[in-house]
Design a protein around this ligand. Sequence first.
Ligand SMILES: [Zn+2]
Length: 313
Amino acid sequence: MTRTIGVDVGGTSIRAGVVDEHGTVLDTARGSTPADEAALEDAICSVVGELLERHPVSAVGLAVAGFIGTDRRTVLFAPHLAWRSAPVADRISARLGLPVVLEHDANAAGVAEHRFGALRGAGVGLLLALGTGIGAALMVDGVLYRGAHGVAPELGHLPLVPGGRPCECGKAGCWERYCSGTALASTAVDLLAAPGARSSVLAREAAGDPGRITGRQVAAAAREGDAVALAAVGEMAEWLAVGLALVADVYDPDLVVLGGGVGESAPLFLDDARDRYHRLVTGGGHRPLLRLRAAHLGDDAGLVGAAALAAEV
Ligand SMILES: [Zn+2]
């Protein structure tokens, strides 16, 4: 019986879970994410320590929203966390007295979906986590594809729209500005501002301040049949298809799984995106087409994957 702890270190919260060899989460603990480096490591050790009081485990895996070195011991850069070229695995390992591995959070989620979820059986499988941006993980024959320097695939920042919406990465028109939870809200706000926009549900949610609308609210309004929300979801389906056609030219995946906050609403747009993709992909009608489906593991995917990787050390 192998039990390990997986920790999802996000920009606002730290979530840890004790996970068994079947990917089942047996117990959880959580805390908030402090802004400075030492406090962040204290918080991780405290959340993990809480679980260690109740469960013996063999190792700890950290899923981090940032670039991880190829040795999986160093956080190179994390836009929403304090670490910069920091030897995080060694520091946390010394404090806990356990082996520690690091992985990019989307990669960890990809591993979890491949072992225990919707990517099972994929030869070339891609996870797209649609949330604040796009987190992507590529599994080739069951192994993570990380690129030469450990930072691939960064698909969210493929520039699809010349001169398009500005992106935090410094470029403009990136895929995730059109296809993510944030993008869904931006598109809805744009559509609400158009003359003659018909929206009862979203207008009520916005309450005079369209900046408050979230992607989840747009998805919920679309489920209620709100015209503007449905149009925003339709636009996202189109951009998902445009990006997937590009991805198919590069990686030719057989299975793509949609996770993240927007992934929960995948039934709203999956069929539409698939139809649009079939029309856009190079050689459509004369080649096998990738399968597109919703992720299975929800918010737990990152910590379950980190725990699975920890079980290998
Ligand atoms: Zn970008």
